[in-house]
Write a protein that binds this ligand. Structure first.
Ligand SMILES: Cc1ncc(COP(=O)(O)O)c(C=O)c1O
Length: 424
């Protein structure tokens, strides 16, 4: 594939930063090479002399002298080389992507960093982007300043509807509109709706991407955090043409404060993201990268999956508790589906056209914070009757109280609307 058609002029104008390229060379140079090139501080005068963390099974993870020195230093922009190698093997095992030899990985500071860098490589001023009709707001904040045009694709309980997607693209092509270069998808445990796009639908969307020549960004931080029997087959594993940019995150499965994620895509797209990183924060935090490398080294792939199984049981139990509480407190007021993955219950409130004011004013006043549905639309001024509630962190008692308070908010809002209608 020729990626130059997908890349903005700004991205094309980026050039390698010489000092960053020298750091890359220093890492791959023969052992007897002496580098006076870089601006690296001397680790001997850093205040940290040992880094050791205890894991939840009681075992210790301690960095040896070499790892400690590396953890406290600059590394090549693409990532700490031993971690990069581990992640390459991880991706092959987790997704068996076709065309693996043509792909690469870049480590980023969380999925959002990968998302913003990839979107900014593709979306130029006024470019269209395909998005589901409600979607993770981290996309909007990146592309709105570029005056991107959102082409929203209606969804049902299985995600964006392929027939409608095709119809929208066909009409657009027919009328000579600018065609989108990319579609944003969050396929597993979707934020905010908690769905999992089924395999057949993933295949259908991928076929349309090939037909209408656009890339797919699959932002998939909940891939290992689903509650179904069957493992989801990622878009990357279906990608026979090199169209999928996969975003992984350690935020939900290891720690969000560690700020680590990684992008997997064909090498030219990874190189574009790498150049952007060279000009921004140079690389993802090395200490996090080295800790992550050590953890994956200790656990291996199977150990990581075992940890994910533990997470799934943990969050599934929370999901079930919140769903039961929603039935108890919100019965007759709302509709919702049981989330299949991720952290969120997406609650459609009956008879309220827009939940924004109810949540942002009355909710804040009454001591319950929830996310108003409109925050997940292309423009938060569009009315939305939904509310997103997280079951990830609050205690059972807090979830119980929060949903009781939500019921009170809804009743108060309905009463106010009723009085207004009677008055007019
Ligand atoms: C769909 C989605 N993408 C990206 C992110 C950001 O994740 P990270 O912490 O890896 O930047 C989130 C976090 O909530 C998310 O839900």
């Amino acid at each position: 594939m020729n990626y130059s058609n997908f890349i903005t002029d700004v991205a094309k104008r980026r050039r390698p930063a010489t000092m960053r390229e020298l750091t890359k060379k220093a890492y791959s140079a023969p052992k007897d090479t002496i580098s006076l090139a870089e601006g690296m501080p001397n680790e001997e005068v850093f205040p940290f002399t040992k880094i050791s963390v205890k894991l939840y099974d009681g075992s210790d993870l301690t960095l040896d002298d070499k790892e400690l020195a590396a953890a406290l230093q600059y590394v090549p922009t693409q990532g700490y080389p031993p971690l990069l190698q581990t992640l390459r093997e991880f991706q092959r095992r987790a997704h068996a992507p076709p065309l693996w030899e043509s792909r690469d990985i870049v480590v980023v500071s969380g999925s959002q960093d990968g998302l913003s860098k990839t979107l900014e490589a593709i979306i130029g001023t006024g470019d269209p982007i395909l998005v589901p009709d409600v979607f993770y707001p981290g996309v909007e904040v990146v592309v709105a300043p570029h005056k991107a045009e959102f082409i929203t694709i209606p969804q049902d309980d299985d995600g964006p509807i392929p027939e409608v997607l095709r119809e929208i693209l066909r009409n657009r092509q027919f009328s000579g509109g600018k065609m989108p270069k990319v579609m944003y998808i969050n396929a597993t445990g979707t934020n905010p709706t908690g769905i999992i796009i089924p395999l057949e639908r993933r295949k259908a969307i991928y076929r349309i991407a090939c037909e209408y020549n656009f890339l797919i960004i699959d932002d998939d931080p909940y891939h290992f955090m689903h509650f179904e029997r069957e493992e989801p087959k990622s878009f990357l594993s279906l990608d026979t043409e090199g169209r999928v940019i996969r975003l992984d995150s350690f935020s939900k499965v290891i720690s969000s404060g560690i700020r680590l994620g990684f992008v997997t895509a064909t090498a030219p797209l990874i190189a574009t993201v790498e150049l952007h990183l060279q000009s921004s924060h140079l690389h993802a935090p090395t200490l996090s990268q080295v800790l992550m490398y050590k953890l994956l080294e200790i656990w291996g792939f199977n150990g990581f999956m075992k940890h994910c199984m533990h997470l799934r049981r943990y969050y599934k139990e929370r999901r079930d508790i919140m769903s039961a509480l929603a039935h108890k407190h919100l019965n007759g007021l709302v509709d919702f589906n049981i989330p299949k993955g991720g952290f969120f219950l997406w609650i459609n409130v009956r008879e309220i056209e827009n939940t924004w004011k109810m949540i942002m004013q009355r909710g804040v006043r009454e001591g319950v914070l929830l996310a108003p549905g409109a925050a997940f639309m292309k423009d938060s001024t569009i009315p939305c009757n939904a509310v997103r509630a997280s079951f990830a962190k609050a205690s059972n008692k807090e979830m119980d109280l929060a949903l009781q308070r939500l019921a009170q908010l809804i009743r108060a809002e309905l009463a106010e609307n009723y009085i207004e209608n009677v008055d007019t």
